[in-house]
Design a protein around this ligand. Structure first.
Ligand code: NAD
Ligand code: DAU
Length: 335
């Protein structure tokens, strides 16, 4: 199979390329990535001789058309992915997440190529802390942020192209990922790398918000199951029953560094901050037999802390500039 992976120099995409090279060695992988601030060729250094890398924009219809024409399937990871950035400047989110998806859909439609669309649980909005409900494939869309609204829009484009034009597509909506190669702007790597530098972790607001954590490897095994055996036109939710409050995550990260559980700062809360996400992945588990390999967050977190300790050369170049961006956005330690 000739597989086009967009966003393969980003966090989840790079892990997907590593998994593919390791566990699907017959697949010919081409990565299309614009190498924005979030993309890094170093994340693919270990597999550079096993893949073809193309630097380019998913919204470039001519380039995308050429690459799709030479592919049997596309997995579309490329996106602007960070909520805080979407609050500072939504414009790249509209271009990449909406126009980029549109360019890919037109190309897979023209060349009748199988398409898998990577999306997020944030399209469903948020849940109350005490709500027993979790998101399912039939939960109505209700996104809150510029980021999640563009992801919701891109999902709807995929559904429309599948129904109107018969595009052979599937969609997955996954919960919060953690693991190697995640940008230091994101919650868990930001706190790990702060602690390596002897800086206190930064918790937004009171830290009561809940995220449903999944190791990136488990996300990507699910994507492979859907690509190979998912029903066309269907959506699958991906989650590993990993609900934790942000405060609890910070306490666990502090524990991994042997620091007291309350050794963190409260900082300015995110505007419109979603309270809780929770995934019911019954459909994926029962229909495709998927199950996560990481069964406890503590195990995955320990491996992730270890990875960041051993790969300072990978994250160090982006650390100061990322913290400067947070400061420039007005983020402050609360008294
Ligand atoms: P990331 O920000 O780490 O990586 C995004 C990658 O896309 C980067 O390599 C970047 O260079 C590339 N890119 C950005 N704009 C591009 C463009 N116009 N053309 C080509 N390449 C471009 O993101 P991530 O966390 O790996 O997320 C990947 C996908 O998974 C996204 O679609 C995101 O919405 C989705 N997702 C993420 C999570 C999560 O927890 N991180 C959870 C569920 C779904
Ligand atoms: O749910 C899936 C989504 O998860 C993906 O679609 C997004 O691409 C991905 O970025 C992630 O979104 P979040 O906004 O949940 O992730 P983030 O890592 O930015 O923040 C996780 C939680 O931690 C959130 O409640 C905000 C909080 N936070 C974040 C940072 C960076 C802090 O308390 N302190 C921080 O320093």
């Amino acid at each position: 199979m000739r597989l086009l992976v967009t966003g393969g120099a980003g966090f989840i995409g790079a892990n997907f390329v590593h998994l593919t090279v390791r566990e699907h060695p017959d697949v010919e992988v081409t990565v299309l990535d614009a190498l924005t601030y979030a993309g890094d060729r170093a994340s693919l250094a270990d597999v550079a001789d096993r893949i073809t890398f193309v630097e380019g924009d998913v919204a470039d219809a001519e380039l995308v058309g050429r690459l799709v024409a030479g592919s049997d399937a596309v997995v579309h990871f490329a996106a602007e992915s960070h909520n805080d950035n979407s609050l500072s400047d939504p414009s790249p989110f509209l271009r990449t997440n909406l126009l980029g998806t549109y360019a890919l859909l037109e190309a897979v439609r023209a060349h009748d190529v199988r398409y898998h669309h990577i999306s997020t649980d944030e399209v469903y909005g948020d849940l109350e802390l005490d709500d027993p409900a979790r998101f399912t494939e039939s939960t109505p869309y209700n996104p809150s942020s510029p980021y999640s609204s563009t992801k919701a829009g891109s999902d709807l484009l995929v559904r429309a192209w599948a129904r109107s034009f018969g595009v052979r597509a599937t969609i997955s909506n996954c919960s919060n990922n953690y693991g190697p190669y995640q940008h230091v702007e994101k919650f868990i790597p930001r706190q790990i790398t702060n602690l390596v530098d002897g800086v206190r972790p930064k918790l937004y607001g009171a830290g009561e918000n809940v995220r449903d954590w999944i190791h990136v490897e488990d996300h990507n095994t699910a994507v492979w199951d859907i690509l190979e055996r998912g029903r066309l036109g269907e959506t699958y939710l991906i989650g590993a029953d990993g609900e934790l409050s942000n405060k609890r995550v910070v306490e666990l990260v502090l524990g991994a560094f042997g620091r007291p559980a309350d050794d963190y700062d409260h900082v300015t809360d995110r505007a419109g901050h979603d309270l809780r996400y929770a995934i019911d992945s019954t459909k994926l588990r029962t229909e495709l037999g998927w199950a996560p390999r990481y069964t406890t967050f503590e195990e995955g977190l320990a491996a992730t802390v270890d990875w960041y300790r051993r790969h300072e050369g990978w994250w160090r170049p982006r650390k100061a500039e990322t913290e400067a961006r947070y400061t420039a956005s007005g983020q402050q330690v609360l008294a």
